[in-house]
Each structure stands twice: as structure tokens, then as C-alpha cells.
Write a protein that binds this ligand. Structure first.
Ligand SMILES: C[S@@+](CC[C@H](N)C(=O)[O-])C[C@H]1O[C@@H](n2cnc3c(N)ncnc32)[C@H](O)[C@@H]1O
Length: 349
């Protein structure tokens, strides 16, 4: 036995546990309103912050102590103040920031809540169905994706697709498949009133949320319908999927259906987790997070439906192969708009 290796792994293990408990503390701070209050006032003593946020001071003390130990907030022993740096507030408190991580505070506890089901499926097969993860996952997915969609969809992502913006301005048919709470469809419909946008999703909870958010817009509809039943006639000029393909029971079949539903010259924008198809390229904390969230949610809900279980880390190379298998004429990674979390691909018929 290598003693140094044992000690080093002990430190790594403390990091794992600290990561999990810090997400737990941030989830409590998020749901109790402490993070929002800290974002508004910047900081204070335990007493100031408990009173200002209307919370129990003993809890506030323990939560902030943990967050100080984790480096989320700064602590000054002289003044006994806890301060949230403005740069960190982007992640914890500012729901409009593209760095906002509030979605994790909903989805990670909900994923961990299904460990028994995932373990059972690991032994016997099958999986945990999407709806079993509950309301927190629909809310969390929306809170994870919507801030960056609101910041970048119209300003960067759509302009990266050749001719898409003028075509949207003149009026085309658009589908957002696996639309979740509908942010993308609503943004496109609001910005391009001559275009008609339809959001499709199999989750009734998601479709209900999307309809609530789009009441006054005449050019957007939401339908509870899976990609496998995507209407073919009339065809769509632009189809988008944001973090959907790897969740599907039949990803290749879904991609084929999208290709068949595209008009001649139609474009398909696919956003998927940024990963390589080769495990050896993904051996990093980001890879650990991706395989972890995949096992606890993406993979299991695909296998629950008897699916192929592509997994969230299926990666660029596999995406390109499957695009060819599905019959797309071209596959182009849009590296200029890809980021640490997500890769964008443009596919055409
Ligand atoms: C990770 S969420 C992404 C939601 C949304 N696109 C966003 O950016 O927030 C994946 C979505 O795919 C939906 N989905 C799963 N299987 C589907 C299918 N066969 N057809 C259409 N949507 C599906 C889920 O219900 C879920 O809303």
C-alpha cells in the first residue's frame, strides 16, 4: 500500500463530500431566500442577514459558515461579516446571469432522491421515468437553461446559423423539440412575429408551464407530442433541440424524424453537452459531473422507456456519425458559440 496515495485520496474524498454538501447548503440558501437576500445586500453579520431575510439566525450561521469554508462567501473574523463577492453572486443569486447555477440546486437534490430507483435498475434493468423526478426537475432544467437562452439565443446562437435571422424575419415555420418550459420557442416567437413556432414535449408538466408563459403570443403553440410523432406536413424550415437528443428513448429514430420533418433547405440546430465520445478525453471534474448527472437522470430515464441509453456524454464524434446514419447531408460543429457546458451543431437535410 502506498501511504501517500491513501492520504491523497482521502483529500479527494473530502472534496467529493464537500461538493455534495455545498450544493445542499446552496439549495437551502436558494429555497429559503438567503441567496437572493445576500445578492441584494452583498453581505452582513449573521444577525443582519437573518433579520433582513426573515430567517432563523442559527440556521443562517451554520449555512454561512459552511459556505465560507467552501469559498462561496468571504468571512472577516474582525467584523464577523460574511460577504458574497459580486462575481459569485452571478452564480448563486442573479437569475438573469448566464452563469446562474440555480438549476443545479433543484435538479441535483432531485436526482439524488432517485438513487434507490437507479440502483434497482442497475441490478434488474429498466430505469426511472422522467415524471418520477417530479416538479423540481422541470423547474431546475428551466432555471439551468433559460438564463443562457435569454442572454444568447437571439444575440449569438441564431445569428451563427447562416441566413437564419433574415429567414425568421420574413416568416418561417419553426419547431423546438423537447421544449421543456418553452423559453426558446417563446423567445423566437417574440422576436420574429412573422414566424410560427411550435414547441413539442412529452412531459405534460413542461407543456403546462410553457403554455402559462406564452399566453399573449399569437404565433407560438405548445403540444404534448414526442419527436417520434413530429408532424411531417407542412414541413419545418428550422428545428431546434436543446439538450434533448441524448435523453430520447430512440435518439437515432428521433434524429431521422427531425430530418424528415425539415423542408428542403431546412436547418436543424442541435445543442448537446460538450463532451468527447472517448472516455479518455473526458477524465476531468466536468466529465465526472456529466457521467454522474447522466447516470442519475439522462441515462436512466431513457432506459426506463426501453431505450438505447445514449447517455449525456455521447460526444461530438458519435453525434456526427449518427447525423450521417439519420441521413443528414451535413453536420457542422458551431465552435464559435459552444462553451464549457454545451456544444452546438448545425445539421442540414
Ligand atoms: C433536459 S430537458 C431540456 C428541455 C429544454 N429543451 C430546455 O432547454 O430547457 C429534455 C426534454 O426532452 C423532453 N423529451 C424527452 N423525450 C422526448 C421525446 N420523445 N419527444 C419530445 N421531447 C422529449 C423531456 O420531457 C424534457 O423536457
Amino acid at each position: 500500500m502506498d501511504r501517500a496515495r491513501i492520504e491523497a485520496f482521502l483529500d479527494r474524498f473530502i472534496d467529493f463530500a464537500a461538493g455534495a454538501t455545498t450544493i445542499g447548503l446552496l439549495a437551502v440558501a436558494d429555497r429559503s431566500g438567503l441567496s437572493r437576500h445576500l445578492g441584494e445586500v452583498g453581505g452582513g453579520t449573521i444577525e443582519d442577514l437573518a433579520e433582513g431575510a426573515g430567517l432563523q439566525s442559527r440556521y443562517v450561521q451554520e449555512i454561512l459558515s459552511g459556505l465560507a469554508a467552501a469559498g462561496v462567501v468571504d468571512y472577516d473574523p474582525g467584523t464577523r461579516r460574511f460577504d458574497l463577492p459580486a462575481e459569485h453572486a452571478l452564480f448563486t443569486s442573479d437569475e438573469s446571469s448566464p452563469y446562474f447555477m440555480g438549476g443545479f440546486f433543484d435538479v441535483l437534490p432531485a436526482f439524488l432522491g432517485q438513487i434507490d430507483g437507479v440502483a434497482n435498475a442497475t441490478i434488474h434493468g429498466g430505469g426511472v421515468v422522467f415524471e418520477q423526478f417530479g416538479e423540481a426537475v422541470v423547474r431546475g432544467i428551466s432555471r439551468s437553461h433559460s438564463p443562457s437562452q435569454r442572454t444568447f439565443l437571439l444575440s449569438r446562437w441564431l445569428p451563427a446559423i447562416p441566413d437564419a435571422v433574415p429567414r425568421l424575419q420574413s416568416g418561417i415555420r419553426v419547431a423546438d423539440v423537447g421544449c421543456g418550459s418553452g423559453t426558446v420557442a417563446i423567445l423566437i416567437a417574440s422576436a420574429f412575429p412573422k414566424s410560427r413556432v411550435i414547441g413539442y414535449d412529452v412531459s405534460s408538466r413542461s407543456i403546462a408551464t410553457a403554455r402559462d408563459g406564452s399566453m399573449t403570443l399569437p404565433n407560438v403553440d405548445f403540444e404534448e407530442r414526442g419527436v417520434e410523432d413530429l408532424p411531417l406536413d407542412p414541413p419545418f424550415d428550422l428545428i431546434t433541440t436543446f439538450d434533448v437528443i441524448h435523453d430520447l428513448t430512440d435518439p437515432l429514430g428521433g434524429m431521422r424524424r427531425i430530418k424528415d420533418a425539415l423542408a428542403e433547405g431546412g436547418q436543424y440546430l442541435m445543442m448537446e453537452p460538450n463532451a468527447s465520445s472517448r472516455l479518455e478525453d473526458n477524465l476531468s471534474p466536468r466529465g465526472a459531473m456529466l457521467y454522474g448527472t447522466s447516470t442519475l437522470h439522462c441515462l436512466t430515464q431513457s432506459l426506463a422507456g426501453g431505450g438505447t441509453g445514449l447517455g449525456a456524454a455521447w460526444g461530438r464524434q458519435r453525434a456526427e456519425e449518427m447525423a450521417a446514419e439519420a441521413g443528414f447531408g451535413s453536420f457542422q460543429p458551431l465552435v464559435e458559440i459552444s462553451n464549457k457546458f454545451s456544444s452546438f451543431y448545425l445539421l442540414t437535410r
